[in-house]
Design a protein around this ligand. Structure first.
Ligand code: F6R
Length: 601
């Protein structure tokens, strides 16, 4: 993970670096740092285990006249080495003139470090990235040009990653990457590099995406060297600034939870007509398929579970979810449509899954919230979730957006391929159109009922989540949210599985959250935990602890399945996780150890 930025600008380098780091802080926020060339050919380096906002305060006291417009910056998500100032980037070589920011993992780091130590280099951190500074030092010391030195250095480092080097003697800045994102651009203000376009999006009208083998130097225009004979294509870019304001909300997560009913309405307005006519599927220009594999991680994988269920139930089509980090073991059948589900579109596990030999030649449809992402570029077609930027690290509104977008695509594809007839297509889509109201009703109930419940759970060490059928996936999402935000144990089970082992965990007062989508069997499972003294929290219809489920409880459609299962059940669980986290004094927008974009495997 980590976010990296660099600039050569006529304006204030610190102003640019801080703005860019703030935009990239979603990639990691364990620590932050910058190095800016000083007019005497040295470097001012500021690092710390704080957030970018504090860096901004520290910079405010600095005399800007001592600085040139050249600098690099980094926001860290720790891999090698603990979270400390000495491990924060930029890292420097022994001479103090080569400075590096790096995103990724150097798999042969220990070997390189031993070699460098044996040749007399001194290390001042525990992180793998520091070897880059010393390798560069040797190359540059031997008279190799900085750009060539970087090309040689990245070849010596195994694993994926992106790196930017500043030589404070010369003021040159070069960058390169391997299977990791790095983009460059120029404008009338100078030239820039960043892990993604949000690092300079408001400043430029186009950008270029580095490929493996490219080395780019900050200049106007950018100077391209490296192994590739040509430059990467120029991608036009229209900046749509995101609304980052809180608008009276105490945190972004609260705001993003609240946005979900309206967002659902917007998504369905955009997709349902095209799904019904089949234009949504036809517009993707993808070949017909006979099975589906949905690849993703975390919350996106959960959303994929609902979409896979829609393919199975409505079209009787084999559809599975694939945990991206375990995808190497997957065997794809013939004519499989691979759907890659990723909010950020930058998740390394997903990108690397698609690169596996077992996925070679497969058709990939990306469902992502980021049309400029590596995944969007890699896929044969994309459908945007259009959730707007999600700032809270825990996914909320993007989950709802992925489910609705994915289900609309599924219905459109199945209908076009004659697996669902027109009448059923209309009835399913009609049901889908009820979701905004159901989500709104659920939100109202959740905000009323959940906060007092959350306070009662403050002393509990863990929570069990149960569901049946599509409710299992929502229980999984509820448990994931609780873990991420509260740092308490949470585990989900299909309710019927409980008696096969996990029931042993239930004792007097054990909190058990049940997605109660109705029926005798789940009622039986609820009775089993109640009989053992569980602290039951049911999310269901009237009479349940959180009476937040509407249409999902009513008689199923003729085809026996609601389009998304009880999607509205996710809102009380999001609210529960957030409220309990607040009771426990957690940072709900930036939970510990996490990042919004997970670019390491
Ligand atoms: C959970 C969460 C993560 C992500 C996962 C995949 O709240 O945000 O589990 O869902 O890291 O990320 P994307 O969707 O960007 O591929």
């Amino acid at each position: 993970m980590c976010g990296i930025v660099a600039c050569r600008t006529d304006g204030s380098p610190t102003g640019y670096l801080c703005d860019a780091l703030q935009a990239l802080e979603y990639r990691g926020y364990d620590s932050v740092g910058i190095a800016v060339q000083t007019r005497d050919g040295g470097a001012l380096r500021l690092r710390g285990t704080h957030r970018v906002a504090e860096l901004v305060e520290r910079i405010a006291d600095l005399p800007q006249s001592d600085l040139t417009g050249v600098g690099i910056g980094h926001t860290r998500w720790a891999t090698h080495g603990g979270v400390s100032e000495r491990n924060a980037h930029p890292h420097s070589d022994c001479s103090g003139s080569i400075h590096v920011v790096h995103n990724g993992i150097i798999e042969n780091c220990e070997e390189l470090r031993s070699e460098l130590l044996a040749r007399g280099h001194e290390f001042s951190s525990d992180v793998d990235s520091e070897v880059i500074a010393h390798l560069m030092e040797e190359e540059v010391g031997a008279g190799v040009d900085l750009a060539d030195a970087l090309s040689h250095t990245i070849d010596r480092c195994e694993g994926s990653g992106a790196m930017v080097i500043m030589d404070s003697d010369s003021g040159r800045v070069v960058g390169a990457c391997r299977r990791a994102p790095l983009v460059g651009a120029t404008s009338s203000n100078g030239s820039f590099l960043a892990s993604d376009i949000s690092g300079f999006g408001s400043l430029v009208a186009s950008f270029q995406v580095l490929r493996d083998g490219d080395v780019v130097e900050l200049a106007v225009p950018l100077r391209w060297t490296g192994r590739n004979p040509d430059q990467p294509p120029v991608v036009p870019h229209e900046w749509t600034s995101s609304d980052m304001g809180l608008h009276g909300y105490p945190d972004h997560m609260a705001k993003e939870i609240d946005e979900q009913p309206e967002l659902a309405g917007r998504i369905l307005d955009r997709l349902v007509g095209a799904a019904g006519s089949g234009a949504l599927w036809r517009g993707l220009e993808l070949p017909a398929f006979e099975r589906v594999a949905i690849v993703g991680c975390g919350t996106s994988l959960n959303a994929g579970g609902i979409v896979a269920a829609a393919f199975r139930r409505f079209g009787l089509m084999p559809a599975e979810t694939v945990i991206a980090s375990e995808a190497a073991d997957t065997v794809l059948g013939p004519r499989t449509l691979v759907i890659a589900m990723s909010q950020s579109g930058e998740t390394a596990d997903v990108l690397h899954a698609l690169d596996g030999d077992n996925f070679a030649g497969s058709t990939v449809l990306a469902i992502t919230n980021n049309p400029n992402s590596s995944l969007a570029r890699r896929a044969n077609a994309i459908v945007e979730c259009s959730a707007g930027q999600e700032i809270g690290v825990a996914a909320t509104k993007t989950f709802v957006a992925q489910v609705l977008t994915g289900v609309a695509v599924a219905i459109s594809a199945l209908s076009e391929q004659g697996r669902v007839d027109r009448a059923n297509t209309r009835s399913i889509l009609g049901d889908l159109l009820r979701m905004p109201d159901l989500l709104a009703q659920s939100l109202t109930v959740a905000k009323d009922v959940v906060p007092p419940l959350a306070s009662q759970l403050a002393a509990s060490q863990g929570v069990i989540f149960l569901g049946r059928s599509a409710g299992v996936v929502y229980a999984a999402e509820g448990a994931l949210k609780l873990k991420e935000l509260t740092y308490r144990w949470a585990q989900h089970y299909p309710a019927g599985e409980l008696k096969h082992g996990p029931l042993a965990l239930v004792e007097e007062g054990t909190p058990v959250v049940v997605v109660d989508s109705g029926g005798a069997r789940i009622a039986g499972n609820i009775a089993e935990v109640a009989a053992r003294g569980a602290r039951l929290i049911t999310i269901g219809g009237p009479g349940s602890t959180i009476p937040a489920l509407g249409r999902s409880l009513m008689a199923p459609l003729d085809n026996g399945f609601q389009p998304c299962g009880p999607l509205e059940s996710v809102i009380p669980m999001q609210v529960l996780a957030r409220e309990l986290a607040l009771v426990l004094g957690r940072d709900v927008d930036k939970p510990r150890n996490l990042a919004k974009s997970v670019t390491v495997e």
